[in-house]
Design a protein around this ligand. Structure first.
Ligand code: HEC
Length: 139
């Protein structure tokens, strides 16, 4: 199962790189606000809070159901919601749920894996936010 997902994602990445060349406006488009941009900013803030709680050894509570809106929030460019986006958002949600349901011992590792799935999707859609997202990773 796992190697299959990796191969699938690699194909999607290659596919979306080709797509990206046809869309030179993409970086500009990102600066407009959309439902998805608002959700992304909320996920950024939410995960910064969780990162600090993990570092402090505090309880992180429950999986925020609002994150599931990634499956239907309106994007600045609706064409961004393609097969690649859907695959990455499913993987991201799975990894995020694992943070809340997994064992305490693997909390830090699971959290970093979830953040890496933010980054994986961003490599295909919205590269400008990657340096900011990387700040969420726990060293
Ligand atoms: C499935 C793909 C995908 C995943 C997963 C994803 N993003 Fe995004 N992200 C996008 C897209 C596409 C945009 C542009 C949204 C728009 O403009 O409508 C975006 C935009 C953003 C922005 C900029 C918002 C703005 O104000 O323009 C930030 C910050 C961000 N994401 C952070 C995150 C964080 C943090 C995570 C993980 C917790 C994450 N993203 C997961 C695809 C993704």
């Amino acid at each position: 199962m796992k190697p299959f997902i990796v191969v699938l994602l690699m194909c999607l990445v290659l596919f979306s790189c080709k797509e990206e060349q046809k869309e030179p406006k993409q970086e500009l488009v990102m600066y407009q606000s959309s439902e998805m941009a608002a959700l992304m900013n909320a996920m950024y803030e939410g995960n910064m809070t969780i990162k600090n709680k993990i570092l402090e050894g505090e309880s992180i509570g429950n999986f925020p159901e609002t994150y599931l809106n990634i499956h239907n929030a309106v994007l600045t460019d609706p064409a961004d919601r393609n097969a690649s986006f859907d695959a990455f958002s499913k993987l991201y949600i799975q990894n995020m749920q694992q943070v809340y349901s997994g064992s305490k011992d693997s909390l830090k590792q699971n959290f970093n894996q979830a953040i890496n799935s933010c980054i994986a999707c961003h490599k295909t859609t919205c590269t400008g936010s990657i340096p900011r997202i990387k700040k969420l990773l726990i060293k």
